[in-house]
Design a protein around this ligand. Structure first.
Ligand code: PLP
Length: 421
C-alpha cells in the first residue's frame, strides 16, 4: 500500500469536502502528477533540497548510546539538520515549488505549534511567494519564538479566534480562505492527512527521507531490524517508511504521544488509545480521538507536534493491516530520551522525535548487537528550550526570565534607538 487507490488507502482517506473545494483539489492532483513526471520540476526540487534544505541529511551511528544500552546498534537519521530544524521543510518546499509552477503567488498554511508555519514562511521567502499563516490565538500566545521567526521570514500570522483557538480551528480557517480564493492561492497542508491528494502528495515530498535511508543502509551494509518514527499527523513517519512498506522487512514502528497516561484527555494515542475510533473529520476518513457524538476530544502531550486528534489515512490503513506497529511513549519517557541522547551522543532531539528515541531505548537491549535500528530524528530540540528548561532547571530558568524582563523594561528606549537606528 505505497500509495492511494483513487484517494483511498483501504477504507481510509477520501475527499470529504464542500463542493467549492473539489475543483481546487482535483486541479492540484492533476498538476502534482504532471510535475512529478516532469524532469525540469524534479531537477529543480533536487537542487533546492541539496542547496537550501541541506540534503542529504546524515545517518549517525550512535555508538556510545548503543554500547550503554547493550544490544542493537542504534542509528539516527538527522532530519533536525535540515534548514529550519525539522523535516517539515521537505514538504513546504515541495508544495511551494508546485504552487509557483501553477502560477499561484499566494500561499496559506495552518500551524499548531508553529513548526509548519516556520517551514512554509521560510519556503515562501526563498521562492518569492506571499505567505499567510493561520494559527490559533492560544498557540500564537504560547509559541512566540515561532511567530517571531515567521514574521522575520515575511509571513503574515493570522490569529484565529474561533472554536478552541488551536490547530483544528486554524485548519478550518485555512480551508475557508482556500475555498474563497482558489485561483490565486495554494493551501500548503502540513502533514500527510486531509482530503486527497494531500496524503499522497505530502508523503511523496517527505519520502526523500526514506529514499536516502535506504541508500545509506545499502552503503553501510546494515542488517536493519526496525525503523522507528514519532507520529503526529504522520508526515515524517510515512516519508521515512514509504520505500519499505511494500517489503516484509524491516519492522516499521510508529510512536504516538502517550502524554501522562491512558485516560481520555491524557494523551494523543489515535491508534493505541482507548478513545480511538473511525471517523470523518476535516475532509478525510481515518482514526481519530472522538467522543460519542463524533466530536474531537481534547488531547495532551508535552510535544506540541504530536497532539493532533487525527492521524494520516495511510498510516491508519497500514496500522490496521499490521505492516506498521504502533506504540506510545509517555511525556516523561520522551524527556528521559532527550537527556540520554544529548549527553551520550551530543544530539539534542526535538520532544516529538524523542518519542521515537524512547522506543529505541526500550527495543535495543532486546536485540543482538549484529542488528541495527534506525530512529528518524524528525527535528532538533533547540525550539523546546521553553519547555525543557522549566522541567530540568526551573529555578535557573525563572531567574533568567525575570532578568530578561527587567533588562528589556530598563533599556527599552535605548535599545530601540540603538538597534533600529
Ligand atoms: C510537526 C512535527 C512532528 C509531527 O508531525 P508529523 O506530520 O507526524 O511528522 C514531528 N516532529 C517534529 C520535529 C515536528 O515539528
Amino acid at each position: 500500500m505505497s500509495h492511494s487507490d483513487n484517494g483511498f488507502f483501504g477504507q481510509f482517506g477520501g475527499k470529504y469536502v464542500a463542493e467549492v473545494l473539489r475543483r481546487p483539489l482535483d486541479e492540484l492532483e492533476t498538476e502534482f502528477r504532471k510535475a512529478m513526471s516532469d524532469p525540469s520540476f524534479t531537477q529543480e526540487l533536487e537542487e533546492i533540497q541539496r542547496d537550501y534544505i541541506g540534503r542529504e541529511t546524515p545517518l549517525l551511528h550512535a555508538a556510545t548510546a548503543s554500547k550503554i544500552l547493550g544490544g542493537a546498534q542504534i542509528y539516527i537519521k538527522l532530519e533536525g539538520l535540515a534548514n529550519t530544524g525539522a523535516h517539515k521543510i521537505n514538504n513546504a518546499i515541495g508544495q511551494c515549488l508546485l504552487a509557483r509552477r501553477m502560477g499561484k503567488k499566494r500561499i496559506i498554511a495552518e500551524t499548531g505549534a508553529g513548526q509548519h508555519g516556520v517551514a512554509t514562511a521560510a519556503a515562501c521567502a526563498k521562492l518569492g511567494l506571499d505567505c499567510t499563516v493561520y494559527m490559533g490565538e492560544v498557540d500564537v500566545r504560547r509559541q512566540q519564538p515561532n511567530v517571531a521567526a515567521m514574521e522575520l521570514y515575511g509571513a503574515k500570522v493570522h490569529a484565529v479566534t474561533s472554536g478552541s483557538r488551536t490547530l483544528k480551528d486554524a485548519v478550518n480557517e485555512a480551508m475557508r480562505d482556500w475555498a474563497a480564493n482558489p485561483d490565486t492561492t495554494h493551501y500548503v497542508l502540513g502533514s500527510a492527512l486531509g482530503p486527497a491528494p494531500f496524503p499522497d502528495m505530502v508523503r511523496e515530498f517527505q519520502s526523500v527521507i526514506g529514499k536516502e535511508v535506504k541508500k545509506q543502509i545499502a552503503e553501510r551494509n546494515l542488517d536493519v531490524e526496525a525503523l522507528i518514527a514519532c507520529v503526529g499527523g504522520g508526515s515524517n513517519s510515512i516519508g521515512f517508511f514509504a520505500p519499505f512498506v511494500d517489503e516484509d522487512s524491516p519492522r516499521l514502528i510508529g510512536v504516538e504521544a502517550g502524554g501522562i497516561g491512558p485516560d481520555v484527555g491524557q494523551n494523543a494515542s489515535r491508534m493505541t488509545g482507548n478513545a480511538s475510533r473511525d471517523g470523518i473529520l476535516q475532509g478525510y476518513k481515518s482514526r481519530f480521538l472522538l467522543d460519542d457524538d463524533g466530536q474531537a476530544l481534547p488531547t495532551r502531550s508535552i510535544s506540541a507536534g504530536l497532539d493532533y486528534c487525527g492521524i494520516g489515512p495511510q498510516l491508519a490503513a497500514l496500522g490496521k493491516s499490521g505492516r506498521i506497529e504502533f506504540t506510545s511513549a509517555l511525556d516523561k519517557e520522551a524527556l528521559e530520551a532527550v537527556k540520554f541522547f544529548a549527553k551520550n551522543e551530543g544530539v539534542l532531539f526535538a520532544l516529538e522525535s524523542a518519542h521515537a528515541g524512547a522506543q529505541a531505548i526500550k527495543l535495543a537491549p532486546t536485540l543482538p548487537s549484529s542488528k541495527a535500528i534506525i530512529i528518524n530524528m524528525s527535528g532538533r530540540g533547540d525550539k523546546d528550550v521553553f519547555i525543557t528548561s522549566p522541567v530540568f532547571r526551573l529555578e535557573k530558568w525563572l531567574d533568567f526570565l525575570h532578568a530578561e524582563i527587567e533588562r528589556l523594561e530598563e533599556h527599552k528606549d535605548i535599545h530601540e534607538a540603538k538597534i533600529m537606528g
